[in-house]
Design a protein around this ligand. Structure first.
Ligand code: AKG
Ligand code: FE2
Length: 287
């Protein structure tokens, strides 16, 4: 666990500093092996899944593979998503009822293509500036990313490129910006976790090796009131929802049941300082 001062220092780095940092060795060799084997298993057979920021790489797209909805694909991912250190940083950065937007993997095979420089959900289509609220600013964050390295990340095998400090711009990088992209990368060893504010311009870079397979787990955390990218309620298996720990219940949105049909709810005051009743999150059949 981190001390209060450590958490504050990390939060400051995300908001006002480089926008990212790397936490060394949050996961053991065994945990990483278990996760990596599963990601290879799924991405060997599911080669054509939805992906992003790859508009210019249609010819090589099969060398970049995604595995989505990981909570259903191994208990190790349920453990990873609620790692106490990530929960601490997430709670301080996004509010302590923050939720899980997505947990997926990105695998770059040898020769796999990097991405266009971008920012992450819910900012990820900010090139449509008119679709965002007037005066949108980075003063409070609406995203936190945690990239769990399943392989060592090197310059050669496609470590995530990053432009430090750009979270303060609160805009999607232009093509001109992209040409000036500096060469900083989120480097690290398997088991490390790169934590960043998704407003910081970044991109998976090209895997220029012929033999180094590069995979990572991409976790997206959001404040409780942002609609998650992956539909947790419908997508996560019933037994996982029913047996969820308190932390997982929070991540799945149990503490924030909206939208609901208020017309069908029992009478009484459910929000407000002295309200006793609470709207319940419904775990409803989804299989
Ligand atoms: O895999 C990576 O290095 C980064 C992926 C990423 O930024 C994304 O998919 O949004
Ligand atoms: Fe991204």
């Amino acid at each position: 666990m981190l001390s209060k001062t450590q958490v504050e220092t990390y939060v400051d780095e995300l908001l006002n500093g480089k926008g990212y940092f790397v936490l060394p060795q949050l996961f053991s060799v065994e945990e990483i092996k278990e996760a990596r084997d599963l990601i290879h298993h799924y991405s060997d057979k599911e080669t054509n899944k939805a992906t992003h920021f790859q508009g210019k790489n249609e010819d090589k797209i099969q060398l970049q593979r995604r595995v989505w909805n990981l909570l259903n694909k191994g208990d190790i991912f349920i453990k990873m998503v609620q790692h106490p250190v990530l929960m601490q940083i997430g709670g301080a950065f996004l509010g302590d009822e923050f939720c899980l937007g997505s947990i997926a993997a990105n695998r770059l095979l040898p020769g796999g293509p990097g991405q266009e420089a971008h920012i992450d959900y819910p900012y990820w289509d900010m090139y449509k500036t008119s679709s965002f609220p007037v005066n949108v600013t980075p003063t409070f964050p609406m995203n936190l990313q945690a990239t769990i390295l399943l392989d060592d990340f090197t310059v050669e095998n496609g470590a995530t490129a990053v432009w430090p400090g750009t979270q303060k711009e609160c805009r999607y990088p232009t093509e001109e910006d992209t040409k000036k992209f500096p060469s900083e990368r989120m480097l690290g060893k398997a088991g490390d976790v790169a934590v960043f504010f998704g407003l910081t311009w970044h991109a998976a870079s090209d895997n220029t090796t012929t033999d180094s397979d590069r995979s990572a787990i991409l976790i997206q955390y959001l404040p409780k009131f942002i609609k998650p990218l992956e539909d947790q309620k419908r997508g996560v298996r019933m037994d996982i929802q029913k047996n969820a720990s308190e932390a997982l219940q929070q991540l799945l949105g149990f503490n924030f049941p909206y939208p609901i049909i208020l017309d069908q709810e029992e009478g009484g005051s459910a929000e407000g300082r002295n309200s006793k009743k609470q709207h319940a999150y419904e775990v409803s059949e989804n299989e």
